[in-house]
Design a protein around this ligand. Structure first.
Ligand code: CA
Length: 249
């Protein structure tokens, strides 16, 4: 059966290994940073450009963005601005990383909503300490909102504070649209919704262009959630509904 747990137990269950998106165009620097963070028990995903980072952020599951300022194409300030202007990503902590020594760059970054600033060269322990502090602050921030809830069905967990979906502890790589669709159907179980009704809950008001075809998102979502796909029921002549009873466990 599906249950909604309070936010404190949610955190206890889902804390897991925090995932950092490391945005750095220089591979040597990236690999040193990665090594330090991974040794400290953090999971690191690397993006070599601002564009790549923004693409990764279309999917959930990132707890912190470590963002180099000087990047080819969209620079760190541009990426930070986009993170903050999108509802889906605006609460993710951001630490700007730079070799620039100018105070003005720091002020620009903080003005754009960066949570912290770290200057190259920095020590491994300093990087880890700042990263962990930012993740902790980010998680505490999420705890106070009513969005931090966990939906559970069998081994399927949907953590709305992190916008993450896991099956047996493994992250399911949902797009933001698929995540929103699943979450909306799960919190409104056993009512059928038309495609028209679902659309605003799936597309949202983010800056990213998302396919407006609900059927495509449903098909892809069903594929990704495997044995739980039976819970997303097609209602002929109407649309879709979520029925937890269809999952036999
Ligand atoms: Ca750089």
């Amino acid at each position: 059966m599906m249950t909604t747990k309070d936010s404190v137990s949610t955190r206890a269950i889902s804390a897991g290994r925090p995932t950092i998106l490391l945005v750095e165009d220089e591979p040597d620097i990236a690999s040193v940073m990665r090594l330090n963070l991974e040794r400290a028990g953090l999971t690191v995903e690397w993006a070599g450009s601002g564009e790549e980072a923004l693409e990764r952020l279309e999917q959930p599951g990132i707890d912190l963005v470590l963002l180099d300022v000087i990047l080819p194409g969209v620079d760190g300030h541009g990426v930070c601005q986009q993170i903050r202007s999108n509802d889906e990503t605006k609460s993710i902590p951001v630490i700007m990383v730079t070799s620039l020594t100018e105070e003005s760059d720091m002020i620009v970054g903080l003005g754009l909503g960066a949570d912290d600033y770290i200057r190259k060269p920095f020590s491994g322990p300093e990087l880890v300490a700042r990263a962990k502090a930012a993740i902790r602050r980010g998680r505490n921030k999420g705890r106070s909102t009513d969005e931090s809830e966990l939906l559970t069905l069998g081994e399927l967990q949907v953590n709305n504070a992190r916008h993450a979906c896991t099956i047996a502890g493994e992250q399911v790589p949902l797009t933001m649209a698929e995540y929103r669709l699943l979450y909306f159907l799960m919190v409104n179980p056993e009512s059928a919704f038309t495609r028209q009704e679902l659309l605003p809950h799936v597309v949202g008001e983010g800056v990213y262009v998302i396919d407006r075809n609900i059927d495509v998102h449903v098909r892809n979502l069903r594929k990704k959630i495997g044995p739980y796909a039976v819970c997303i029921v097609t209602v002929r002549g109407i649309g879709y509904r979520f029925d937890a009873n269809n999952f036999a466990g």
